[in-house]
Design a protein around this ligand. Sequence first.
Ligand code: NAP
Length: 332
Amino acid sequence: MPRAFITGITGQDGQHLAEFLHGKGYDVFGMVKGQNNPRVAGLIEEMPWVETVSGDLADLPSLVAALEFVQPDEVYNLGAISFVALSFTQPELTANITGLGVLRMLEAIRMVGGTYNNPIRFYQASSSEMFGKVRETPQTELTPFHPRSPYGAAKVFGHDITVNYRESYGLYACSGILFNHEGPRRGLEFVTRKVTNAVARIKLGLQHELVMGTLDTKRDWGYAGDYVKAMWLMLQQDQPEDFVIATGETQTVRTLVERSFAEVGIEDWERYVRRDPKFDRPAEVDLLIGDSTKARTKLGWEPEVDFDSLIKMMVANDLALESAKSARRLGG
Ligand code: NAP
């Protein structure tokens, strides 16, 4: 059976990817950080077939030891400080994990698998945030980067060093430039989930308002379950290459809020939403929209879940989750 090693297994994409690869017959190994990581118990309960391996993207020896133990065919580097807002308050940590962490993983692959004709295939989780203050619309694999956050800047380093190791050492290393992708597993700190969860709680009478930053920001939102398939497809090609993965449609945060409230039958949503500039970023990324023609043509990849279905799925999940929590509280 092929063996896959995933960093960031406790995150949204890590879990979707683990499920997808398990379905394809892979032995799945996931790196977990910390001596008592609170997210690991839930992961093992949901996916008992994942073998966890201790390691941290800040610690090269742990990455080497993990690779020596796992002997993977494919490495998916999804671990990162991934929340843009946090990257402004903890920029050095972000540079170290989201940026230098990629270099450490590539070095570990070189050390364990040799250099030229290294058999390990590597996927790097690059991001549309690298485009930042966009130079052209829509954005493709050839659009120049102009990151607007420490997160975006760290991702640019991770992206460039992946390309550099491919060209310098002949590593099979690919970078997926993924636009925003969401789903019920999205962390509550991210705007889509913050909105769908608040809408569910407001509907259930558990919360009275939703406090937001700007509603004008535009994003190209897809479904995480569709996007992890693209990661795998990239590593099945004869030659390693980089691909933009996006839906090609963009929506404002205002539309996200409006559609989420409409899902629970609330039309006068403005009554519940308060604007607070504390959520504004020091530098904003106003508009992202990706052109994934290359992925559609070469990988045969297509997104299956559209924006409306995504919102429906996330609101339904949050309603079920919050109702169950509420019932547990009432029950005792
Ligand atoms: P996520 O839910 O925030 O997960 C991030 C993961 O990184 C968690 O499992 C976290 O582990 C792990 N991590 C944090 N610090 C680490 C460290 N020092 N060493 C090892 N692992 C560490 O992110 P996601 O949405 O799944 O995204 C996956 C990857 O794709 C990330 O690199 C993200 O930047 C990138 N990306 C995401 C999107 C998107 O829209 N979701 C778009 C483009 C690119 P613990 O929490 O257990 O510590």
